[in-house]
Write a new protein. Sequence first.
Length: 241
Amino acid sequence: MKCVIIDDEPLALGIIKSYCDDMGGMHVLGAFNNPLEAIDIIQKQDVDLIFLDIEMPQITGLDFINAIDKKPLFILTTAYPQYAIEGFELNAVDYLVKPIPFPRFIKAVNRAKELIKLKQSAKSHENVSSAAGTVVSEHEFIFVKADYGNVKIRLEDIIYIQGLKDYLKIYVSDKKPILTLMNFRDIQAKLASDYFFRVHRSFIVNIHRIESIQRSKIIINAMRIPIGESYKESFMKRVGL
């Protein structure tokens, strides 16, 4: 993973670089005290991830991300947790509060790695579909924010949706899951009520994809999805049981 570190504090810059070296598999292309000096390398090289401080004298990290055209994944690093919401609105991978514990750093980097793998897989499937001349219906679809853009997903292709703290993982037919920074309220507003039903605080299922219902479990694609007690009565009524 190719990364760039931007922080106006030399001590913080050195700690993050040492963390990257200790993890292995991470190549630091540059470490900068001035964010403006990092623009050239970000625009000209294939940077996978930026570690970005928020409070800097030249320009804030949030303004910096808004200003650059080519936007890699980025993890915000700061001593000021009040910026977390604004950072996630810009699709930050994670938000690390200084001083950064190494285990928390590892968790954030692993999240970035998962997003990169999902992006590469989605691109691969897109290329295969284009080569095969696949025709996709223009009706009954949604768009979700993922991979620095808005990804189109046909409703009939969605198998189920799982909540993962700050993210939703959308499982679709014949491709890797799509990870998006959304909550259940927002995704439910996009979904057709005839297709989808929330059966647990962490799961929404496509009713047409259900293979069987066993006590308090739903079987879909060999996945056993729990039915939450607070959702059970309305779900059973919806499926006629």
